[in-house]
Design a protein around this ligand. Structure first.
Ligand code: ADP
Length: 195
């Protein structure tokens, strides 16, 4: 399977690029943010407990997210590959993901790290807050908290994968198509090995 992690801070463009990548490479798009928002909309017990964390700009507890991802991997084991978007967000989640994938002998092939500086991120998130309807986007204090949590809890995930030489940096500022092309170049290098 072609299993790829799209990594980067909130506002780096993971959602936008994921949509284009899954279409081109026929991958399953596994966005924990989207899955959690669906649980909230359906008012499930998981959604109700996750909502408070998300609205506050905090991470949902690892065991909740890992359980949700485990089900999705099982359901999509027949797929050509999975594009992970917004997951793993902690080293604990990364270790759990590696374990889940090792049971299926289908490891993460590459971690594509979208590089965007903080000024640009804040600008983008303020703009997104005007239209997205997401409580965590609309409030500047919560946006700042999300960037702090990213640095403290999520950035170490790139070090975790760095030790296995899986991380590739991709410039995340430019046109959507230019960034998409850079990501495709990297995926094409591994997809040949997977075929
Ligand atoms: P963005 O695209 O802005 O980075 P997401 O839609 O991926 O944001 O996630 C929104 C919120 O959902 C996060 O701030 C967090 O509260 C929660 N969330 C999403 N994925 C995870 C995860 N893997 N672990 C913990 N919390 C998560």
């Amino acid at each position: 399977m072609l299993n790829i992690i799209l990594f980067g801070p909130p506002g780096s463009g993971k959602g936008t690029q994921s949509e284009k990548l899954v279409e081109k490479y026929h991958l399953i798009h596994l966005s924990t943010g989207d899955l959690l928002r669906k649980e909230i909309a359906a008012e499930t017990p998981l959604g109700i407990s996750a909502k408070a964390f998300m609205d506050d700009g905090k991470l949902v507890p690892d065991d909740v997210v890992i359980g949700m991802i485990g089900n999705c991997i099982d359901e999509n084991f027949h797929a050509k590959g999975i594009l992970f978007d917004g997951f793993p967000r902690t080293v604990t989640q990364a270790v759990a993901l590696d374990l889940l994938l090792s049971h299926k002998s289908t490891p993460i092939k590459k971690v594509l790290f979208l590089k965007v500086n903080e000024d640009e991120l804040i600008k983008r998130l303020v703009k997104r807050g005007e239209t997205s309807g997401r409580a965590d986007d609309a409030n500047p204090e919560i946006q700042k908290r999300r960037q702090v949590i990213y640095k403290e809890q999520t950035l170490p995930v790139s070090d975790y994968y760095e030790q296995f030489d899986k991380v590739v940096n991709v410039e995340g500022i430019g046109t959507i198509d230019d960034i998409f092309n850079s990501l495709c170049e990297e995926i094409d290098k591994v997809s040949l090995e997977v075929e």
